[in-house]
Design a protein around this ligand. Structure first.
Ligand code: ADP
Ligand code: MG
Ligand code: MG
Length: 527
């Protein structure tokens, strides 16, 4: 039984209060782009063939209660996390040690690694800092952008009645960290609902605007793309510049991405285009010094030089349907555009890296975060994670994972992103037994975080569901760095925290992904 930490919340609503609240949620959401494309099963007739329909994104009716100390800590350690993962992404040799354990048993990781090796053999194109230095461009160092998101749950030690709530990290995302567009909107929605008295007066001693932090994720992430765009330097091809959003098609979560595109244009003055993942080779070309040129299919007479590649696609094996998709990823990695993320940064976000950092007594954190104070704060957010290899820790984890009595405290994760890939609790032993033992090390075993009991109501697909919920706080981070050469560590050029996201799901669901169909976007009411 999860410990009780919060006051009774949210309040019960009468029918007319509920009607007022819902009609305002529906209208405000569509009016402000807190929206998704509908799933075909919710479109009358099962089709939205001309893509004209939008529906309210799954949202919570009330902002969820969240301990202020946990919120402050998660936001304030984000720059340390940015520094940590930027350092990992710059340490190719260390990453190689991690990836080599997976090459034989994880084809997806192996293919990504092959791309990195091919580009390395040819030489990563170095970004030219100024047109006057074009002749020495090869000595300039490659730059990378991370738009990261570190995800946490609140944890209370069940054996200590006086224990304070703390945050434990669920995972760290280095590719396609989503919902930065919608999370700014949902915090505004909840504030708006308060200001129009849509929350009954019995709850206004708990909900008050000073306790509802805004999420600056839209301007902050757009600024990150703009900073990388500026760092690209002068034109190499004499063409106008653009940023490319590499996207899945179709994309139900398109408005989340659009908020960033619109902010990039309106506040930073930067043109961007959406490039479907399967159109990489048809719509882009590399010139002889590997400058990336984009030609929009709607206006083929005008081409652009790509400064930044922002991947909102390419993280799942199912997107690589044939060799040309892999060729497309290689083609982009070879280019002079700044990648968000590069292949090495993508791989730095694998669950295996998180496990290696978090395995008790691991020496690796210190290597990347030499500042002891920062390292200790980051370390305190780690939940225990174990390998399933033949090391001592691995052998102990294998026993825990194959025994039905102990497996219930764990989640088993493969090296995948995007939700829907994990195996939970009592399903773990049978899942492992159905696999050859040689494949077990492709997974990591993580202790389940058990957050305090909390209730809220979720509006999704036109229905309200109330009851026990679990929240997951995501903190965005922007980091731009220059890679070192010949063993030098490189340098960080930009590093800041970039807003937050709260996702909330029913407590009967182990998975939390909003896009994967399990949760809702939410904002924090700090207590
Ligand atoms: P993905 O990269 O696919 O999002 P995650 O590691 O975030 O993978 O796992 C997906 C979901 O599973 C999370 O959003 C969370 O709801 C749940 N989950 C993952 N790890 C834990 C954990 N240690 N404790 C509790 N829930 C977890
Ligand atoms: Mg996740
Ligand atoms: Mg993830």
């Amino acid at each position: 039984m999860a410990p009780q930490l919060y006051p009774r919340y949210p309040p019960e609503l009468t029918q007319s209060q509920s009607d007022y609240l819902l009609s305002n949620i529906k209208d405000w959401s569509i009016a402000h782009g807190l929206a998704v494309r509908p799933s075909t099963s919710f479109v009358p007739g099962g089709q939205d063939s001309d893509g004209a329909l939008a529906t309210t994104a799954p949202v919570t009716l009330f902002p969820s209660l969240f301990p202020r100390t946990c919120f402050d800590e998660a936001l304030s350690i984000q720059t340390a996390y940015n520094e940590l993962y930027a350092a990992i992404a710059r340490d190719e040799r260390w990453l190689q040690g991690i990836v080599e354990e997976l090459l034989e048993i994880d084809d997806f990781i192996a293919e990504l690694w092959k791309i990195h090796l091919k580009v390395k053999e040819e030489g990563y194109v170095q970004v030219c800092l100024s047109v006057f230095r074009r002749d020495i461009a090869k000595y300039d160092k490659q730059q990378s952008l991370g738009l990261f998101r570190s995800d946490y749950m609140v944890h209370v030690d069940p054996s200590d009645t006086l224990a304070k709530p703390v945050i434990k990290q669920v995972e760290f995302n280095t590719i396609a960290s989503s919902f930065g567009g919608l999370s700014s909107q949902v915090a505004k929605l909840h504030k708006y609902l308060f200001s129009i008295d849509a929350y009954p007066s019995s709850s206004t001693n708990i909900i008050d605007p000073s306790k509802l932090p805004e999420s600056r994720s839209v301007p902050s992430l757009a600024r990150g793309l703009a900073l990388a765009h500026l760092a690209y330097g002068s034109s190499r091809a004499g063409l106008p510049f653009c940023v490319l959003f590499v996207v899945q098609e179709p994309e139900r979560n398109v408005f989340d991405q659009r908020h960033l595109e619109y902010a990039l244009l309106s506040t930073e003055g930067i043109r961007s285009f959406r490039l479907p993942f399967h159109r990489i080779l048809s719509d882009t070309k590399l010139d002889k010094d590997r400058t990336l040129i984009y030609t929009p299919p709607h206006a083929p007479e005008k081409s652009y030089e790509v400064t930044v590649l922002y991947f909102r696609a390419g993280y799942s094996p199912s997107e690589y349907t044939n060799q040309s998709d892999w060729d497309g990823r290689l083609h982009l990695e070879r280019s002079a555009a700044i990648k968000c993320p590069s292949i090495l940064t993508h791989l730095a976000g694998s669950k295996k890296v998180q496990q290696v950092l978090a395995t008790p007594h691991s020496p690796h954190l210190k290597r990347f975060l030499p500042d002891e104070h920062k390292a200790s704060r980051v370390q305190q957010t780690f939940a225990p994670i174990y390998p399933l290899d033949k090391s001592q820790a691995g052998n102990e984890a294998r026993k825990l994972a194959t025994n039905a009595d102990t497996a219930v405290r764990y989640v088993l994760k493969p090296q995948r992103e995007g939700g829907g890939n994990n195996v939970y609790r009592k399903a773990i032993p049978d899942f492992l037994k159905a696999q050859p033992e040689s494949h077990w090390p492709a997974h990591i075993l993580m202790e389940m975080i058990e957050p305090p009991a909390l209730t809220n109501a979720i509006f999704r697909n036109g229905e309200v569901q109330s009851g026990g919920v679990i929240g997951e706080l995501g903190v965005y981070g922007v980091c731009l760095w220059r890679n070192g050469e010949n063993g030098s560590p490189g340098e960080i050029l930009q590093n800041y925290e970039a807003g937050y996201l709260l996702r909330t799901k029913g407590d009967q669901s182990e998975e939390g992904g909003v896009a994967a169909g399990f949760g809702a976007v939410d904002s924090c009411c700090l207590v």
